[in-house]
Design a binder for this molecule. Structure first.
Ligand code: ADP
Ligand code: MG
Length: 431
């Protein structure tokens, strides 16, 4: 094989394979999103482009012999995109062929051949794209061989008809052309099948990851909810025994209630985490909601000898769900209070900065190590006896759904600052 033929072969393969790869790279995984119509248009444009480029850069075996791989993109269209895009590509191909001109016989031969090959490909489609990858590639290569042989045979018939000798050289070229077509179509099918396989495997592993996360969460959720239930059941069983004094009974009842409350709060938090997007989002003034959260946490703060100090700008307008935002503020303030076992000061500062509402919750408590900060928000991560380890998980989730972010700065023994940055809305748009 001369160097020229190798060059032409490589160029043609590049012309064919590059758009196939580009299509898979940009649209392959997104064809459901972009819609069937646009997807078909993209395929028609790429298919026509490849076909025309193949005709612009044909194989020149020797004087008078011009063969190209235009049938390969058409074949790929028939195999993977269906009949309508293929007819469009065929139409573009025929138009360009007419533009190139030539004798009437050559033009009609090209037209008839294109038609026959399309029918041949349409018939062989079920054998090429429905089996295993190796079977598909083999079937595509055999079809490619037939696609290559058909023009060769028709050319031989033409030679015989006009009385030209059919030399071994010519037969050799035709054979080579058929092999090249077979190889190229086989390669296109191999590339497409391999990309499809990769994407299938990726989806499967993503699905498996999701299931693993779900089963981990379900298992830990079940475990966490069983603890308070077991404790409550134990106390109820003790209370059933005869001769229990009234003061003990009152103590046990309180403990049962506490455990049931804990189970309930786990369920509430879990639900907030699981379905935050179903909550109604509205324009709210974060200042009012922070005050609402503080009023419900005030008795707890007093009990823990914590002074709460607020410094809130007016009109901290954000778009959020009222209840969920209050729940987040309670979680953050409660964490701050619990971080100061011997009392102290909890500061809440709310300001508008650029286009964001910034809320800082600052405590001067035990603080956290960088590793502990990293674990914040992990389901059931808690260092407290009575903790559920869901508060931060819910808080992160809720703030994330309103497009906010949480920054944590903390130093062991000095305290912690949780900074919420939530996109604001102009006060004028708030009624
Ligand atoms: P819980 O409060 O039920 O333990 P959270 O998700 O609210 O669960 O908090 C998880 C853990 O993060 C806490 O147990 C605690 O160790 C740590 N933490 C959260 N907030 C603070 C804080 N302000 N200061 C120190 N540690 C904190
Ligand atoms: Mg908490």
């Amino acid at each position: 094989m001369s160097l020229d033929v190798i060059n032409q072969l490589l160029l043609n393969m590049l012309i064919i394979i590059t758009p196939v790869l580009l299509y898979q790279l940009f649209w392959g995984d997104r064809c459901h999103q972009i819609g069937a119509k646009i997807n078909r248009r993209i395929i028609v444009i790429l298919g026509s482009l490849i076909a025309v480029l193949c005709m612009v850069y044909p194989f020149r075996f020797s004087d008078g012999f011009l063969y190209d791989l235009r049938m390969v993109p058409l074949a790929a269209c028939i195999l993977y995109a269906g009949i309508v895009p293929s007819l469009w590509v065929a139409a573009v191909m025929i138009c360009y062929r007419l533009f190139l001109g030539g004798s009437f016989t050559a033009l009609s031969l090209s037209l008839v051949l294109t038609g026959i090959l399309m029918v041949l490909l349409w018939r062989s489609k079920p054998y090429i794209v429905t089996g295993s990858r190796s079977r598909n590639v083999t079937a595509a290569a055999i079809t490619g061989l037939l696609i290559g042989l058909l023009p060769a045979v028709s050319s031989c018939i033409t030679f015989w008809w006009i009385g030209e000798p059919i030399t071994m050289r010519i037969v050799g070229y035709f054979g080579l052309y058929s092999l090249i077509t077979a190889f190229t179509l086989g390669m296109v099918v191999y590339v497409v099948e391999q990309i499809k396989l990769n994407s299938r495997q990726r989806n499967q592993s993503q699905q498996a990851d999701k299931m693993n996360v779900l089963s981990d969460l379900a298992a830990s959720f079940a475990h966490e909810i069983r603890n308070p239930l077991t404790v409550a059941r134990g106390f109820v069983q003790i209370m059933k025994q005869p001769g229990i004094q009234d003061d003990k009974k009152a103590l046990y009842t309180n403990m049962v209630l506490e455990e049931i409350d804990k189970a309930q709060s786990i369920v509430t938090d879990y639900l907030s985490f699981a379905k935050p997007h179903l909550e109604a989002i509205e324009l709210v003034d974060a200042k009012q909601l922070i005050q609402q959260a503080l009023s419900s946490i005030e008795p707890y703060a007093k009990l823990c000898r914590v002074d709460v100090e607020t410094q809130l700008d007016d009109k901290l307008i954000i778009s959020a769900n009222r209840d969920k935002f209050v729940q987040c503020m309670i979680h953050l303030c409660k964490n701050g209070i619990e971080a100061m076992p011997s009392g102290g000061k909890l500061q809440i500062i709310g300001t508008v900065q650029n286009r964001s509402v910034c809320i800082d919750i600052i405590d001067h408590g035990v603080g956290m190590t960088p590793d502990e900060i990293r674990r914040l928000g992990t389901p059931f991560y808690s260092t407290r006896d009575k903790g559920t380890g869901l508060g931060m998980m819910v808080t992160y989730r809720v703030i994330q759904t309103i497009h906010g972010k949480i920054d944590v700065t903390s130093e062991v023994g000095k305290g912690t600052c949780f900074s919420l940055l939530i996109p604001t809305l102009h006060a004028t748009s708030y009624h």
